[in-house]
Design a protein around this ligand. Structure first.
Ligand code: AMP
Ligand code: ZN
Length: 118
């Protein structure tokens, strides 16, 4: 069982923000911003590649609710999902990073030559 499935099953402790039948939101153990929350589906979905449009539809409302509850909706925030090897996905259970609480950096992400790509 993957580490996030263990969090869903409460076999590993987590600091939960919000939960419903379908999703769980908890604090990232290694925060990269004043607010760094992970939002996951309770069922094991490997990455964004595998999420159904229906689940994506439902997670949208769930994340909007979190942003409102934490009063980030006015100040702004960022949602990131890393996918696979190039995306830098370390935990192979789909998760959305919800980051905020300060003005976030937006830095250069790769020095690879874009000319060779297309
Ligand atoms: P990613 O690189 O997109 O796969 O992100 C994985 C995230 O999971 C990282 O930000 C980790 O800090 C976080 N993480 C890993 N294990 C735990 C855990 N047990 N509780 C909370 N966050 C975790
Ligand atoms: Zn899992």
């Amino acid at each position: 069982m993957c580490i996030f499935c263990k969090i869903v099953n409460k076999e590993i402790p987590s600091n939960i923000i919000l939960e419903n039948e379908e999703f769980l939101a908890f604090h990232d153990i290694n925060p990269k911003a004043p607010v760094h929350i992970l939002v996951i589906p309770k069922i094991h979905v490997k990455s964004f590649n595998e999420i159904s449009p229906q689940t994506m539809n439902n997670v949208t409302k769930f994340m909007q609710d979190i942003a409102k509850e934490l009063k980030l909706d006015k100040s702004g925030y960022r949602i990131i999902t890393n996918i696979g090897e190039d995306g830098g996905q370390e935990v192979k259970h789909l998760h959305f990073h919800l980051l905020g609480g300060a003005k976030l950096a937006w830095t250069h992400l790769s020095d690879a030559d874009p000319k060779g790509m297309f």
